[in-house]
Design a protein around this ligand. Structure first.
Ligand SMILES: O=C(O)C(=O)Cc1ccccc1
Length: 277
């Protein structure tokens, strides 16, 4: 059997790079070959697994400079049944890819919003005349470059090499230590690893409402490695809280904490335990 791995496309995205790393891991783990399955958005990538159209999906979740990839968190909450199997971190170095002979001839820069944000200072300094256009992925506009020599795309050097496109400037990220964390998700239960991710909503908007769930973790000496709030989209000031914990669901303290969190919160969703590839 061939395992399918959904990712954000077209080919050459950072997520595709993460998906190739994931495919290597899957081949070793299950002794099965993998096929990559590109999707036009992160939401469609995750939906692909939820609809049984792909076995695994690889999605970006957090960048060291720009923070959370919010669509990933929102979709995980919404789709409900996806479980995180592994995490991996990749270094991100952006290139400006363009047929323009010099930077002053670039009038438009296209990329994924995270890539545009990660190169904001460089762009304002070196290409101040250019308008920025946010697209679904770093590679979405690469096929249009030959017809639009005044256009630039922020994507990886790997993408430029893949399509034999000219790199006008590299690296262009504002911070050299730029890295992104990706999750590998599927519908299989996942209870083992170094970390567990979950999210909850609260019963009430009252003093100490968040303290009670956090106290449950503190009482069991469970360390938090991340906490993030996302709007529920129901009303202003109403949030879901996303937590990453150290420890896995096979450990008794994590199990009892999850049980207690179920009682202390309105809705609790557990996204599984996982290790780093
Ligand atoms: O568009 C891509 O290439 C992606 O994989 C999303 C992304 C964008 C910027 C940094 C990391 C991931």
């Amino acid at each position: 059997m061939v395992l399918s791995v959904a990712h954000l496309g077209p080919a050459g995205t950072y997520t595709e790079w993460a998906a190739t790393r994931c495919a290597e891991w899957l081949s070793q783990q299950f002794s099965q070959s993998c096929v990559l399955q590109p999707h036009t958005s992160i939401a469609r990538t995750l939906q692909g697994v939820a609809d049984h159209g792909a076995d695994f999906a690889v999605v970006p979740v957090e960048n060291s400079i720009e923070g959370s990839v919010t669509v990933t968190l929102d979709m995980l909450w919404q789709l409900d049944q996806l479980q995180i199997q592994r995490t991996l971190i990749l270094p991100i170095a952006h290139a400006l890819i363009s047929y323009a002979p010099t930077l002053d001839q670039v009038t438009e820069i296209c990329s994924h919003p995270q890539a545009l944000a990660q190169c904001q200072v460089w762009t304002e300094t070196h290409v101040p005349q250019a308008n920025c256009l946010a697209l679904d992925s770093t590679t979405a506009a690469l096929s249009s470059l030959a017809q639009h020599p005044q256009r630039g795309v922020i994507a990886s050097h790997r993408a430029a090499d893949l399509y034999h496109l000219p790199v006008l400037a590299y690296p262009i990220n504002d911070y050299p230590d730029n890295c992104t964390r990706f999750w590998v998700v599927s519908l299989d239960p996942s209870t083992q690893g170094t970390h567990t991710s979950l999210a909850f909503s609260l019963h009430s908007n009252a003093p100490g409402a968040l303290l009670w769930p956090l106290q449950i973790l503190a009482d069991r000496h469970i360390n938090l490695s991340r906490i993030e709030s996302r709007p529920t989209k129901r009303s202003l000031g109403d949030y879901h809280f996303f937590l990453d914990l150290e420890g896995d669901l096979d450990q008794a303290p994590v199990q009892t904490a999850v049980q207690a969190l179920g009682e202390a919160t309105k809705v609790l969703k557990v996204f599984g335990s996982y290790a780093v590839i």
